[in-house]
Write a protein that binds this ligand. Structure first.
Ligand SMILES: Cc1cc2nc3c(=O)[nH]c(=O)nc-3n(C[C@H](O)[C@H](O)[C@H](O)COP(=O)(O)O)c2cc1C
Length: 260
């Protein structure tokens, strides 16, 4: 059993990159992915239990809220969370705090990977990809140091009714967009989208991806397609992709990643 466990959700690799950097500061850490039902829900032997995740639609991505409810943590364990967002932090941290009772939390703005909504460049303050990554690396060191020392946050994560409402409405907006996923002529039928989908929602039919109705909108298939052939309607055709350069499609599909 590792001394630390970090539960991570990541669609385009940025949160996994950050979870790995925090784990490197801590040492002896299991990063358990929450893209599908977490491989390990018994965290009772861990001294520190963390959550690293993005804001999606003002709230938590996919089924993360239900997954966190299933995790068993020892009463005396130290609990921390870090959220990435583009423009605003939403209610995700507050929801996690309600479930597990956080000792420490932190946030960082990164480029938006929701490219059907906007080009990825949005950050607060606006930054290049390189500067955004440098800020995240610095934040990971800060968080890693704080968590190693079991620092406590003075305030609780803010509660915001508007974001809670937005996150409820997001699944409807998402459902609309799911209908618009399509592979264009650049598709070579390599099946990488089939492998990366956390919901087994994509199948190759006649050598081309066919999208089912079980999509959670993580956009991994769009962001990681080697030919940039998958689009959400027409709007993403000319928009640059931004998967984290240090995280491969294969990394994202791991269930548990151990960092010594
Ligand atoms: C479907 C989707 C919805 C998002 N919604 C929000 C949002 O409501 N507010 C926000 O500030 N950022 C939003 N983002 C931006 C992500 O929080 C940000 O890009 C994060 O760094 C992505 O991390 P990841 O690569 O680990 O998935 C959204 C991204 C996606 C893909």
């Amino acid at each position: 059993m590792s001394e630390n466990i970090i539960y991570c959700y990541s669609g385009s690799g940025h949160c996994l990159n950050m979870a790995k950097s925090i784990a490197q500061v801590l040492g002896d850490t299991d990063i358990v992915m929450m893209r599908s039902y977490p491989a390990k829900t018994d965290a009772t032997e861990a001294k520190r239990v963390g959550f690293v995740f993005p804001c999606y639609g003002g709230g938590l991505p996919g089924d993360v809220e239900d997954y966190v409810k299933a995790i068993k943590i020892a009463p005396g364990a130290y609990k921390f969370a870090v959220e990435q967002f583009a423009g605003y932090m939403g209610c995700g941290l507050h929801k996690i705090d309600e479930i597990v009772g956080l000792d420490y939390w932190n946030t960082i703005s990164n480029h938006s990977t929701c490219i059907w909504l906007m080009p990825h460049r949005l950050t607060i303050p606006p930054t290049s990809k390189k500067t955004a990554q440098e800020r995240i690396d610095r934040k990971a060191l800060e968080v890693g140091g704080a968590v190693r020392a079991m620092k406590r946050s003075e305030k609780k994560p803010p509660k915001n009714a508007v974001f809670a409402l937005e996150s409820k409405g997001f699944s409807g907006i998402n459902a609309k967009n799911i209908k618009n996923f399509k592979a264009n002529d650049k598709c070579i039928g390599c099946g990488s989208c089939v492998k990366i989908c956390p919901r087994n929602n994509i199948q190759l039919v006649g050598g081309k991806p066919s999208f089912g109705k079980n999509c959670i909108g993580c956009l991994s298939c769009v962001q990681y397609c080697p030919k940039q052939a998958i689009n959400v309607g027409k709007i993403t055709e000319k928009r640059e992709r931004f998967p984290n350069p240090t995280v491969s499609a294969a990394d994202l599909t791991q269930k548990i990643i151990h960092i010594d």
